[in-house]
Design a binder for this molecule. Structure first.
Ligand SMILES: Cc1cc2nc3c(=O)[nH]c(=O)nc-3n(C[C@H](O)[C@H](O)[C@H](O)COP(=O)(O)OP(=O)(O)OC[C@H]3O[C@@H](n4cnc5c(N)ncnc54)[C@H](O)[C@@H]3O)c2cc1C
Length: 295
């Protein structure tokens, strides 16, 4: 049995105050689905747990202008089932549905998934593809960080001491979009991804790709975007050759490791295959939307 202090807070201000006055190792706890496992395994030994799950201002979804704001304490299950995510950012809903089990998704939060900073964090590739920004709050004030700059390494983020992730800001699509998320894991359920691929394509005039996003999980020390593979597509009309070339660039850009889940070679090959498949699927989806709208 390990002993620690436990404090439950109900406002952001109280959470920041609690961490600033605490002595020893204090950690925030949202759903606890990563944290409690790490404590049990002895990976961290906090002296104080600050339970933030009851902070109302950090939960839920809200649309303001052309942006969706997602509170860091929003549960993964809400992201999976909410009409806001399903209608406005289906890529995020799709990724959320792949995390753990229904029970875990009810408890787990999007903030916890990102702040835990696992290379295989389920929601990270989708959020990177959606150009999400992280809103971070500390005693010194609020700052906004591009999600591409949020992950620094396994278990490491841009959060400073005593800072919290409070919200994510996701720009909403103005043009026709198609998107898809693929997860490969050793077991069908309750297992982390050994490859995660998120693809998002936005179409402009004449079915040209105006924006391409390809983001990968579990194949580098952090979730990553692949700008070279994206640039290959922007301003072009997708065909099999361009999809293959872009997928090849993505496969060459990742830095997978071999571990008990999969070998580095297999991961790289799966990135190639899933990116190609994802590009063709997302492109068809975006085109289908147009035809649907014109009817
Ligand atoms: C059985 C099981 C299956 C799982 N399957 C998957 C899976 O398939 N895919 C996957 O990606 N994950 C999986 N997970 C891991 C976990 O459920 C997710 O990462 C979850 O989203 C973590 O959220 P949480 O709210 O529980 O985080 P917590 O455990 O509460 O926190 C995680 C870390 O983030 C910090 N933190 C949390 N919120 C904030 C905040 N707002 N600001 C600053 N720091 C914060 C905490 O201090 C802690 O270090 C699984 C876990 C279990 C137990």
């Amino acid at each position: 049995m390990r002993f620690f202090d436990y404090q439950k807070v109900y406002s952001l201000q109280d959470a920041l105050e609690a961490v600033s006055v605490s002595k020893g190792i204090s950690v925030f706890m949202a759903g606890g689905t990563d944290l409690l496992v790490q404590i049990k395994e002895g990976k961290i030994r906090p002296t104080c747990i600050i339970d933030v799950k009851g902070i109302h201002e950090m939960g839920g979804l809200a649309t303001s202008g052309d942006e969706l704001s997602v509170g860091a304490l929003t549960s993964i299950r809400t992201l999976e089932t909410s009409p806001s995510t399903l209608g406005k950012v289906p890529l995020l809903a799709q990724a959320a549905a792949k995390l753990g089990s229904v029970q875990v998704r009810h408890r787990a939060t999007i903030g916890g998934n990102l702040c835990n900073a696992s290379p295989s964090a389920e929601t990270a590739p989708a959020l990177l593809a959606l150009d999400a920004k992280a809103v971070i709050c500390g005693k010194k004030g609020i700052r906004v960080v591009e999600l591409t700059d949020f992950f620094l390494g396994p278990g490491e983020t841009a959060l400073g001491s005593g800072e919290m992730l409070t919200h994510l800001k996701i720009p909403l699509a103005r043009n026709r979009q198609g998107s898809v998320y693929y997860k490969l894991s050793t077991r069908k359920a309750m297992d982390l991804a050994f490859v995660g691929v998120a693809v998002l394509l936005e179409l402009g005039r004449g079915d040209q790709i105006s924006k391409a996003r390809i983001a990968l999980g579990a194949v580098a020390p952090t979730p990553i975007r692949v700008p070279s593979a994206e640039k290959r597509l922007e301003g072009t009309v997708l065909d099999l050759d361009s999809a293959r070339e872009s997928a090849e660039l993505a496969a060459q850009s990742c830095r997978p490791i071999s571990d008990l889940r999969a070998s580095a070679e297999y991961r790289r090959e799966m990135v190639r295959q899933l990116c190609e498949q994802g590009l063709l699927t997302a492109y068809r989806q975006a085109k289908y939307l147009t035809e649907g709208n014109n009817e």
